[in-house]
Design a protein around this ligand. Structure first.
Ligand SMILES: [Mg+2]
Ligand SMILES: [Zn+2]
Length: 192
């Protein structure tokens, strides 16, 4: 039986948007992120990070550094009793850097490749899933697979929503102040 997931953008959604995270020490969880993940763990909804990291393609940091940063994310969450089911990364950029990372791939959001990969690996029902992110490209990836699209106002979210929403390619299904509020919306909707 396939289960639902909440897909989480990393930078600006789960962690502070600080630009390229080229060292584990630059990674900072947002204040209520661990609580949000714990809520998902409690109810058996998969918590899966889907993140574009074109800094690899651009040569700003290596895949090894990226893995160390993601390991720090897992460790910080674990310290607060929260568990991620998986992390999926697009390290590509269509025009910057060198092959193999300079690639017009199918996984860089707004494309939904990371979501399809996660669904295949973890037996997820994408139409009962939700993607939470701070940019319109996150919303587009969600809609492309029939998942609910939630915009958070952390990271780039507030500026995108206040100043640029007229240019959004689609309306979010919900706008939440932060990830915990987004998760509470998802869980309330399941009960309804
Ligand atoms: Mg983001
Ligand atoms: Zn990619």
């Amino acid at each position: 039986m396939s289960r639902p997931a909440v897909f989480l953008d990393r930078d600006g959604t789960l962690t502070e948007e600080v630009g390229y995270v080229n060292h584990p020490r630059r990674l900072r969880l947002l204040p209520r992120s661990a609580r949000a993940i714990r809520r998902l763990n409690e109810v058996g909804v998969a918590a899966i990070v889907v993140t574009n990291q074109a800094g690899v393609a651009r040569g700003y940091f290596s895949e090894e550094v990226l893995q160390a940063v993601n390991a720090a994310l897992v460790a910080q969450l674990k310290d607060e009793g929260a568990h991620l089911d998986a992390i999926y990364v697009c390290p590509h950029h269509p025009t910057e850097g060198e092959p193999p990372y300079r690639l017009d791939c199918a996984c860089r959001k707004p494309k939904p490749g990371l979501l399809h990969r996660a669904a295949a690996d973890h037996g997820l029902d994408l139409t009962r899933s939700t993607l939470v992110g701070d940019r319109p490209s996150d919303l587009v990836a969600a809609r492309a697979v029939g998942a609910a699209a939630v915009l958070v106002l952390t990271g780039y979210g507030l500026g995108e929503w206040e100043y640029r929403r007229a240019r959004f390619p689609l309306e979010p299904d919900h706008v939440a102040p932060d990830l915990l509020d987004a998760v509470e919306w998802v869980l309330a909707r399941r009960r309804a």
